[in-house]
Design a protein around this ligand. Structure first.
Ligand SMILES: *Cc1c(COP(=O)(O)O)cnc(C)c1O
Length: 428
């Protein structure tokens, strides 16, 4: 079996064979990685277009190469559509990824050594929010806020962004910039209190909406654009476009942001990816995309409930977005995130291990697992199917020493996947 998109790769059996294997993997196993999705055939076609041939350093109307009349229109269209989707004065659609977008913003608006307040990595922040492993921590002075302590009272769940801590840290360190946004956080992130704290200490506010961009576009998460000086995006997570990044900002930052992306960070833009971003922005403006994002959130909530019934503890007690962060220790004190991810891989369920707040285990081993509903909701799974997936996950993990039982789960996963071809949903 091969994917319907490989028709032009004739005569290269090595690549064709690998693409066929990956197509089979994506369509016969469950994709629960919270940062993944199934981009539409239109997005993939644009990614595979002749625009990959074109050099277009610079911006529309100000290029360093000839022949960019059409490319200018494409990039302008992408910028207009992005602004139409979220608001904002100015858009930059050139960042090759979310990480590039973040670093470009820091470069644009900060001096080397400036203080930045962002979410701690082990509490849900991203590598580009000042992790010691990232160059961001060497170029700028990152200080961090975290989440409130664990609280098992469902009426007052803990492990939510601790705004008292954000404010205390801001008053103590007087950051030049505050970064809101997370990579492993299952709750809504309200931009308003971040703006208040930023104003109180005279800081800029950057909202990193990499994960929730699609939910914002679909009206299923508050839009940070009216609150933040700059909002960064990935286009391939819940937004369901090509792999890439984007930035929206106020007009007073536009020039600095554009200069930081090119020539500050990057060379020639990926205009094929920019065309695919334009396609995705149009798709995300449709009413059907709002319906999709509401289903993503409803599915994550139902998935979390079903996982809790199987004995997993939900970090922060629930989910308000597209992801669920699981603490595995209540399910099985000996089960690490690393082993859970490996067992689930054998069962045809693709997830990633993740640290949880105050994790006693290392970032390589972890006590947590992160799952998301964005991709499989695209494939058509609803609340009932996610409840089934929760029980399949629990079965595989309970029976992990018995290879035949794990294999039986894998067969049931494949039967479920056969009913929900992600690419059938686009042609219905
Ligand atoms: C995914 C993510 C990024 C980085 O995106 P890439 O495209 O992988 O570089 C940045 N910030 C947050 C919060 C993310 O979740």
């Amino acid at each position: 079996m091969s994917s319907p998109f490989d028709v032009f790769i004739t005569g290269d059996d090595e690549v064709l064979d690998l693409l066929a294997q990956e197509w089979a993997r994506q369509t016969s196993t469950l994709q629960l990685i919270a940062s993944e999705n199934f981009a539409s055939p239109a997005v993939m076609a644009a990614t595979g277009s002749v625009l990959t041939n074109k050099y277009s350093e610079g911006y529309p109307g100000r290029r360093y190469y000839g022949g960019n009349q059409v490319v200018d229109e494409i990039e302008d269209l992408a910028r207009r559509r992005l602004i139409g989707l979220f608001g904002a004065d100015h858009a930059n659609v050139q960042p090759h990824s979310g990480a590039n977008a973040n670093v470009a913003v820091y470069q644009a608006l900060l001096e080397p050594g400036d203080t930045v307040l962002a979410m701690r990595l082990d509490q849900g922040g991203h590598l580009t929010h000042g992790s010691p492993a990232s160059m961001t921590s060497k170029a700028w002075n990152f200080v961090s806020y975290g989440v409130t302590p664990r609280n098992d009272d469902p009426a007052a769940p803990g492990e939510m962004i601790d705004f008292d801590n954000v404010r205390d840290m801001a008053l103590t360190h007087r950051p030049r910039m505050i970064v809101a946004g997370a990579t492993a956080y299952a709750r809504r992130i309200d931009p308003a209190p971040f703006r208040e704290i930023a104003d109180e200490v005279g800081a800029l506010l950057m909202f990193d909406s990499a994960h929730v961009a699609g939910l914002i576009a679909g009206g299923s998460h508050p839009n940070p654009v009216p609150y933040a000086d700059v909002v960064t995006f990935t286009t391939h997570k819940t937004l369901r476009g090509p792999r890439g990044g984007a930035i929206l900002c106020r007009s007073d930052h536009a020039k600095a942001i554009d200069m930081a992306v090119f020539p500050g960070q990057q060379g020639g833009p990926l205009e094929h990816a920019i065309a695919a971003k334009a396609v995705a922005f149009r798709e995300a403006a449709q009413a059907s995309f709002s319906t999709y994002t509401r289903q993503v959130v409803a599915n994550a909530s139902a998935f979390g409930d079903a996982l809790a019934r199987e004995g997993f503890r939900l970090v922060s007690g629930g989910s308000e977005n597209h992801m669920v962060l699981l603490d595995l220790r209540d399910f099985d004190a000996d089960l690490t995130g690393k082993v859970a991810q490996e067992v689930l891989d054998r069962a045809g369920i693709t997830t990633n291990r993740n640290t949880i707040p105050d994790d006693p285990r290392s970032a390589f081993i972890t006590s947590g697992l992160r799952v998301g509903t964005a991709a499989e909701t695209t494939a058509g799974l609803r609340e009932d199917e996610f409840a089934t997936v929760a029980s399949l996950m629990a079965r595989a993990l309970r029976e992990r020493e018995d290879a035949a039982k794990v294999e039986r789960v894998r067969e049931e996963v494949a039967e479920l996947c056969a009913l929900f071809d992600p690419y059938a949903s686009f042609t219905k």
